[in-house]
Design a protein around this ligand. Structure first.
Ligand code: GN1
Ligand code: MG
Length: 348
């Protein structure tokens, strides 16, 4: 199957080797190794991305803009098929695209040092800044209401009504704990009506594995642009807090290992501000710490919603996986909120 897809890109015969790659929960990803160069092949999950062509449209708009206005920016554009398509469709198999594997680059699955957090935050800040004059309304919405916390909270309430009874019973204490944080949803309502909150080109998935580093450990660029859409900066900054501050991942079962690290927080502020300080409005800056609450809370309720709905969305490697993730993120939220009085002023 994959070889017939690769054939469309002019790769044929037994000149290549294909292996599973990465840790994403939604799409399938492979590394394609050829004697000349390596590639990343991906199949889009079309249950999540209902109009995969919208992704290709956005990437193409961004590629053109960056090539024109920031030709030095290292941007990983997809390889086109022999027919000149940026994304290809295979009956019964779905949508695929191929990227060149950036030579001498590497990605990481966990943030090990504040320097890495700084580099990543700078890269995501730079991406948004370089696209600051791009008309964000031209971007297609690849997942409707993706980071709309109001809607996610509604989905969460619906799952408690209509979800798997046994699982609802099992998750009772977690449900209670999460309901205590509804202030975060109310705050988001204020943001949506605040004219000082700008819709910008937002990545929406700023985990460390979406940054490429060079051999000197400097950030090169960001990758995985499927969820690049109009959005608020709190999505990007918040997801960095969610995934860089803690020494263990969202899959960790032992919640006693969950902590948030001040040095890493400072690095996110520094890296992001080095690019975005002049762009953010005073109102937005006031919500810098809130960004972490927003994203950690949203991820906690998304995992729990999915658990109550029998794991329809996130890949689960074992039956209680999404419950573990939800409990993990709830603990992370508690640890993070404890820091509010101490960290809130770092942005000044
Ligand atoms: C999904 O597939 P992956 O790992 O890139 C999800 C993100 C979540 C993340 C949690 C389209 O991203 O929103 O933060 O899992 N992407 C989508 O690990 O839902
Ligand atoms: Mg992703």
């Amino acid at each position: 199957m994959l070889s017939s897809v690769l054939f469309e890109y002019g790769l044929s015969g037994n000149s290549f080797q294909v292996e599973a790659f990465g840790t994403g929960l939604i799409n399938n990803t492979w590394k394609v190794i050829t004697p000349e160069r390596d590639y990343i092949l991906q199949r889009i999950n079309s249950a999540v991305f209902k109009q995969p062509v919208d992704i290709a449209t956005n990437i193409s708009l961004i590629t053109k803009y960056l090539q024109q206005f920031h030709p030095d920016y290292k941007f990983v554009a997809p390889v086109v098929t022999k027919n000149g398509e940026e994304m290809m469709y295979r009956e019964g198999e779905g949508y695929f695209r191929l990227f060149p594997f950036v030579t001498l680059s590497h990605s990481k699955n966990v943030v090990k040092s504040p320097e890495q957090a700084y580099e990543a935050a700078k890269q995501f800040g730079r991406f948004t800044r370089l696209l600051g004059d791009f008309d964000v309304s031209r971007l297609r919405t690849t997942i409707p209401s993706f980071h709309d916390l109001t809607l996610r909270y509604q989905d969460f309430l619906n799952a408690q009504k209509n979800g798997n009874r046994e699982r609802i019973f099992e998750a009772e204490s977690l449900l209670k704990a999460l309901k205590k944080h509804t202030g975060i949803v109310i705050e988001f309502e204020n943001i949506k009506t605040n004219p000082e909150f700008k819709l910008r080109v937002t990545h929406h998935d700023t985990k460390i594995s979406n940054v490429l580093f060079n051999a000197e450990e400097k950030g090169l660029c960001v990758i995985d642009l499927d969820t690049v859409m109009a959005g608020y900066f709190i999505s990007d900054v918040g997801d960095m807090m969610r995934t860089y501050l803690c020494p263990v991942t969202e899959d960790e079962k032992d919640c006693s290992k969950i902590e948030v690290r001040a040095e890493f927080y400072k690095s996110i502020v520094q890296g992001y501000f080095d690019e975005m300080k002049e762009e953010l409005t005073p109102s937005e800056k006031k919500y810098f710490f809130y960004a972490g609450k927003f994203m950690i809370y949203m991820q906690a309720i998304r995992f729990l919603t999915d658990y109550l709905n029998n794991d329809k969305y996130y890949r689960a490697d074992y039956p209680g996986h999404n419950l573990v993730r939800a409990a993990n993120q709830t603990t992370l939220l508690d640890r993070f909120v404890e820091k509010e009085p101490f960290w809130k002023d770092f942005t000044r």
